[in-house]
Design a protein around this ligand. Sequence first.
Ligand SMILES: Cc1cc2nc3c(=O)[nH]c(=O)nc-3n(C[C@H](O)[C@H](O)[C@H](O)COP(=O)(O)OP(=O)(O)OC[C@H]3O[C@@H](n4cnc5c(N)ncnc54)[C@H](O)[C@@H]3O)c2cc1C
Length: 426
Amino acid sequence: MDSINRRTVLTWIGTAAGAVASSSIAGAEPLAAQAKAPAIGRNLPDVTVLGAGAFGAWTALCLRERGAKVTLMDSYGAGNARQASGDETRQIRCAYGDREIYSRWALEAFDIWHRRQDEFKRRLIFANGVLSPNEPIEQYEAEKRIFTKLKIPFETLSAEECKKRWPQGGFEGDERALYEPKAGTVKARETLIAVTEVFVQKGGTYKIGMGSLGASAGGKMSNLKLQDGTKVDTGMAVFACGPWLPTALPNLLNNYIRRTRSEVFYVGSPAGDTSYTWERFPNMWHGGGGYSLSDVDYGYKVAPSGPGSLTIDPDTDERIVSPIMWEMARRFVAHRCPGLVNQPIVASRVCNLENSDNEHFIIDQHPELSNVWIAGGGSGHGFKMGPKTGEYIADRIVGIADPAEEKGLFALSAHKAIGGRPLVRG
Ligand SMILES: Cc1cc2nc3c(=O)[nH]c(=O)nc-3n(C[C@H](O)[C@H](O)[C@H](O)COP(=O)(O)OP(=O)(O)OC[C@H]3O[C@@H](n4cnc5c(N)ncnc54)[C@H](O)[C@@H]3O)c2cc1C
């Protein structure tokens, strides 16, 4: 931890709480307005968060809520089409094989999503359930064990039971399917826009700009440098740059993130037909075969698994889908959603996956600059965790909590330069 110690944190939390209490006594503002703008805590450095994706936007909001003075800066803006978070939707579920820590985090994330949705007064989470047919047996057994332990609701369904429940689906050849009824879909870019708006309402500063490390002295960064050479003084920086982490911190993170293309397709339903909307049909997770998200408001989303993973330059590559993935999407639809065969693809996206070597997140302090933090390595599962990750990172930065298991797992030293093929995990 940087220069902030626990006592300092308690002091500034006390100061922030006191400021709210005294202005509430004075009756200067309605309570709701005070709740929107927490007081700036004394003794806490001002923080610049670089990157308004799932990691950065939530972190900025949570830091602001804890009393820090925060600037959120993004090269292209919250919810931009280049960022890994910038699609319409993402999946949220607790199934993680034997990686219990993420099942636990996802379970916590469900609650936070629902709470934030109420707070933001905006529909962001859709619990239509996720069906995972034919998972490898060890994975299925591990998930059953962890779900039972953590009291996560689930069912195991046969192909016949699935067909009875969702007659519009295709389940031929399925041995069994794990069904998570609380799981489903979250809005992606709309969430980031909402988080950024609320962050600003709560007193945060939001800017478009690309930052990099400026001068440093005595084991600390002294300032950030912007794309035009301008220097920005800041007490602390969080680099939450997703696929750009190796670009932003090349000496430290070169080869620590693999950046690959991932193509998704939105298939239209016949006019007036709600068979594959989220209210009536679950998401499907097929592991090696890809996955699908039922229609929330943009089309039935299909993300087929491709024959290989092509690298992508997040700044300069054009995002045009390939005929082979289009064909795979059609095959997927023919198998799982027979009612959508011959329906048009109404939208498509080329997304940028950003995998760490072992698919664990990277959340740590810079090894040489104690006031610089790194947050990313979402590895195909970072979006759902955003609200939880934001709280976790903010708590670590201000010294409220520092759980050992997570700290070890996410440490930079627990990662290495990349080899092997990335998996996409929803
Ligand atoms: C196709 C696909 C499907 C996925 N499916 C799921 C899913 O179902 N469930 C799930 O939980 N996760 C899923 N993920 C993963 C999840 O979307 C990502 O892990 C997560 O969105 C990454 O967020 P991030 O904030 O790290 O990065 P980003 O969203 O990429 O945000 C980084 C931001 O940093 C900005 N930036 C970069 N450099 C700088 C700089 N120097 N200065 C200022 N700003 C900078 C960029 O403009 C960008 O906006 C999926 C990912 C993909 C690609």
